[in-house]
Design a protein around this ligand. Sequence first.
Ligand code: ASP
Length: 373
Amino acid sequence: MTKKMKRRDFMRTGAVAGLTLAATKDEVAGFPMILKQSTVKPLVISSANGNRFKNGGDVTAVSKAFTMMTGGADVLDSVIAGVNIVELDPLDDSVGYGGLPNADGVVQLDSSVMHGPKKRAGAVGALEGVRTPSLVAKAVLENTDHHLIVGKGAQDFARDMGFKIEDDLNTENSRRKWLEWKRRTDPEHYLDPKKRADAGHKAALQMLAAGLLREENMHGTINCDAINSKGEICGVTTTSGLAWKIPGRIGDSPILGAGLYVDGAVGAAGSTGRGEANLFNLCSFVIVEEMRRGAHPKDAGMEVLNRIKNNTIEKRLLNARGLPNFGITFYMLNAKGEYAGVTMYEGGSYAICNENGPQTLKCDALLTGRPSD
Ligand code: ASP
C-alpha cells in the first residue's frame, strides 16, 4: 500500500471484485480482508431516451441514477429510479405507461433487472396494468426464488406485492396510433398469422413513411446500467416491446443474456431494437463474455452486431443491399468504467452521466446508410 493511499480509500468486502489490489490479514480480527481501491469513476449509461424524458420534472433518467448512486444509494435502486421516470412519462410511447399496445390494443410490458454484487436477477414478461414493470422485476429478484414471471402470473404477483393494477395503460396517443394501425390492417387476415404479420408490417412501414411514427416508436425500450465508485455494477431494461405485437409476444428485454446481462466482476450490457435478432444471438451475454476475455466494450459490441448481420439471412429481414432491414443498439460498460454505445446503422445515439453531467453521445455504427436503404 502506498503512503498516499489513505485507509478510507479502501473498503473491506467479502467479495473479490475486478479491482482488487491486494489481500492481507485483518490485524484485529485475524481473518482475510480484501482491499479494493475506490478508483472507478462512477458512470451511468443508457439508451438515448434516458437523457430525453423527464416526466414533467427536472431531471432525466441518467441524471437521477447518477445523483442517487453517488449519494450512496444502491446501484440497482438508482438505475431503477432513473428508468421509472421514463416508464411513467406518457410522452415515451415505447416504455411503461402510454407504451404502444399489442395487436389487441392491450399494453403488455417486459422488464429485467440484475444486481452484480448480489448476483441476483428478476424479470417479468407480458405484464399488464402496472406502470413500472422494472419495480415488479425487482420484487421478483427480492422476494422469490425465480428469475422470470410472465402474463397473468406476473400481474397476480404484482398485486400480491402491493402494486396498483390499472385496467388500461393506454394514453390517448397510444390508442390513436393503435386504431390507425388497425384501420390499415385488413381484419380478414386476422386468422392467417403470416398474412396478418405481413399486413401489420406493411401498415407500420406506411405509417413510418407518412411521418405518423418514428423508428423508435416501433422499437423502443430503455436500458440503463451503472457502476459506482466501489466498482458495483447493476442494470435494468424495461419496455412495452414491439408495437402491435401478437399478444403474449415477449421480446429480448426480460430475457437474461439478451436484453440485459450483468456480471459484477466484468461489466454490463443491454439492448434496444429488434428483440428477435437479440434473442437469436443472446447478445448481452456474448458482450459480457467478450469483455471478460479482455475486449473493450466497443469491440465487444461490434462483435455481436457482426454476428447479428451474419445470422440475418431471411429475405424478409434484408434490405436492397442484402443487409439487415432493422435497427438494434447495445449499451455496455466494464468494471474499469469504460463504456460504449454501438448500433447497426449510423445516426443512433445513447446517453451517459458522469462527473461532467448528463450527455447524449453518438453511437459507433457497424453499417452506413439506413435500415431501409
Ligand atoms: N427490444 C424490444 C423488444 O423487442 C423493443 C425495442 O427495444 O425496440 O421487445
